[in-house]
Design a protein around this ligand. Structure first.
Ligand code: ZN
Length: 418
């Protein structure tokens, strides 16, 4: 037992060191270039904007550093420190619960998740009300922040509790093949969420209004027609009520599909740039990135559940991670924590796949819209989001889901436009 506990500690320590090292590299790269705007952006980004973005990113990285150290400590406290065992002992002490083993399991998982959220809350508060505020990006009020948390909790309870009940029930009732049943349940659950998210869930947090600007709407309709894309409409989301960062995205599947622009994006980008950004988003759809990513994640979920099925009945798996109550719900919690740690080396692979998709979507976009509009639109978004223009290449390779600004623009510059 002690040997596996030690191995676990070493893995947690190594991954923390790796994260801190990457964080340090990124900070150094930003500091090194903070007094000079990269050549690509000389004409579009002022030195003041560049320096502000640099300082903003350095501040976020510093908080990230504390957060990584804190979450590694919390992970060890929950596992080897006996935290999860303590939750078990506390809940098993309630006579009323012990009559219902399934409910005990659900309660343990809920209390664990609740504690986890409470522990990470200070970081969210600091990030929103200190960092974002300091750099002028925050529009969230304390009241809205609290309402968001309450809505999130209610939603998690309505959706999460029945799901956890169903998963634990399947794990206990379906014998050795439970993992296939749980996988089917999770796949079905995911598909349902994808359909109801844009219609029922997202509107709880934001207002979505059909695009009012008729000139832009006509331009968009022509683009959609050119690309053979059918959707339930183009919506503008009041993202500005929380933050001044801008974005655009696709949501839903099948007939529930819709295009969403943040109001901040509509305000910053002109019609041609908005059209080009939308063409990029359509590229993701046309190149089937959304479906491919969904299939990849379903495949990974199946593999992960299978591995869990091999571990879940071994007392050593529990005791090595500081838990002596051998029960499926504890196995589930421990395994999720373990996956969080050991998946780190795979991060560069997933980032690479995501960046590959971004390049493909950009290539699609320049065949449908003017590349100069996409470039100027992207530069505006980089400015709005205060993304760093000078990331460290190792950090970017590891974490970036989108190609760094200069790489992305160089890729676009090479393309022939329509
Ligand atoms: Zn994209």
């Amino acid at each position: 037992m002690q040997q596996w506990s030690l191995i676990f500690c070493v893995i947690v320590a190594l991954s923390l060191v790796l994260k801190l090292y990457l964080n340090y590299r990124q900070s150094s790269a930003i500091k090194k270039h903070i007094d000079q705007v990269p050549d690509t952006f000389k004409n579009t980004v002022s030195l003041a904007e560049h320096q502000k973005a640099g300082k903003y990113n350095l501040t976020k990285l510093k908080l990230g550093q504390f957060e990584e150290i804190f979450s590694a400590a919390i992970l060890l406290l929950f596992t080897l420190g006996g935290g999860i065992q303590l939750i078990n002992d506390g809940l098993h002490g309630l006579n009323y619960l012990t009559q219902y083993p399934l409910t005990t399991g659900v309660a343990v998982i809920l209390v664990f998740n609740l504690l986890n959220s409470i522990l990470t809350l200070p970081f969210n508060i600091y990030s929103t009300f200190v960092i974002e505020q300091q750099f002028g990006f925050n529009n969230t009020t304390v009241k809205l922040f609290i309402i968001d948390i309450i809505k999130g909790l209610v939603l998690a309870a309505i959706i999460g509790i029945p799901l956890i009940y169903a998963v634990l029930w399947l794990m206990n009732m379906m014998g050795g093949m439970w993992w296939i049943w749980v996988w089917l349940l999770l796949v079905g659950f995911n598909l349902v969420i994808m359909v109801i998210y844009p219609i029922l869930i997202a509107p709880l947090f934001n207002k979505f209004t059909p695009l009012q600007d008729q000139v832009l709407q006509d331009k968009i309709n022509q683009l959609l027609e050119r690309c053979g894309f059918k959707s339930r409409g183009v919506f503008v989301m009041d993202g500005s009520k929380r933050s001044s960062h801008g974005n655009a995205y696709f949501t839903g599947i099948g007939r529930a599909k819709r295009i969403v622009f943040f109001d901040t994006l509509i305000k910053q980008l002109n019609h041609d740039e908005t059209e080009a950004v939308l063409a990029h988003e359509l590229g993701h759809f046309k190149k089937k990135h959304i479906i491919k990513q969904m299939l990849l994640s379903f495949g990974l979920t199946l593999a992960v559940l299978y591995v869990l099925s091999l571990l879940i009945n071994h007392p050593l798996f529990y005791t090595s991670l500081g838990v002596h109550t051998v029960a499926t719900y504890n196995g589930l919690i421990l395994f999720m924590l373990l996956v969080g740690v050991i998946s780190l080396p795979f991060a560069p692979l997933f980032s690479y796949l995501s960046r590959k998709n971004e390049f493909e979507a950009d290539s699609f976009a320049v065949a449908q819209a003017d590349k100069n509009n996409l470039i100027s639109g992207l530069v505006k978004l980089y400015k709005d989001n205060a993304s760093t223009l000078t990331p460290d290449h190792v950090y970017a390779t590891f974490y970036y889901s989108h190609p760094p600004a200069s790489v992305r623009i160089a890729h676009l510059e090479q393309k022939c436009s329509i």
